[in-house]
Unconditional design. Sequence first.
Length: 331
Amino acid sequence: MESPLFDDKEENHEFGSLYDSQPEEGEPHEALFFVLAYLQLRERLSVRVVCKSLRDAVDNDVLLWLDIFIEPPLSYRLLNDALFKITSKAHGRLRTLSLKRCVKITDDGLQRVIENNPHINKLYVPACTTLTGNGIVTIVKMLTDHSQDLKHLRLHGMYGITKQHIETILSCLKVQKEDQKQSILFFYHRRFSPLIHWDTAHPIDVGVCPKCSDVRQVFDCPRDSCKWKKEHPLLECRGCFPCVPRCEECGGCIDWDELGETVCMDILCSDCWLRLPKCNLCNRPYCNLHADHRTFLSDNTGFICASCHISSTRNLDWWSSGLEEYMIGDY
Ligand SMILES: [Zn+2]
Ligand SMILES: [Zn+2]
Ligand SMILES: [Zn+2]
Ligand SMILES: [Zn+2]
Ligand SMILES: [Zn+2]
């Protein structure tokens, strides 16, 4: 019996059915074929079940499958066989494989994909928690044994990666000692999307924190006033997030007593806190990443945050139900 493509123990069968259902006959408008190159994986899987000609167009155009990005919610349920089936459409020419939180993909499953696609140059597996440090080292060796195509590796959120794993990976990638000292800025990573800014990034996104020696994302401080600290290892503000808390807006290191309260619970330095617009009711700002949660007032006098908006609606409900009770009680 054929093994399932997606784990169907969970309620949502959407992606399994998207992949497996048979298309109905019919000719789509030819303009539709031109948009295929602009669709994300999830949309492409939806389009291929519309009709046979779209299914053939999607399946047979190898260029659509050279860069594969698998994101939540699809990634939570993706099984090894489905990953193999999806990636095999690149016919061995896969360039980018981005698996974000694909918690069911195992070392064996990923190695099978890599064996068939030896020219991947961007491998992105953040929070793929079933993969192991040894598994990733094997994969990096497979990709770098005969060629140096692998240029970018992203591993944050994985478990069990040690300093030795990182050293082996860096030597396979031929990353020079000077390149390892290259600055990595926090705000850049927090806003990172696999679809943009890829080529400007550091070859590998995790390293050994100089403060706690754990393998994590390690960031540098962009503050000019901190640059002198680089000469003084005990004061240096290069480190992982738990060791050196950083402002969500500017990435600068901050003292805990400098913290300004935000609606979204992100950390801001006092300069950024002062600069950002505040909720009219609670006087707390959103960081720019969450600024779209603001509810603007119709008279252009600012905004109220989501939590104040909810509590003001509740108060209104409470007030009207209280009034109703009072009026009913009167009769
Ligand atoms: Zn640390
Ligand atoms: Zn700041
Ligand atoms: Zn600093
Ligand atoms: Zn508020
Ligand atoms: Zn925020």
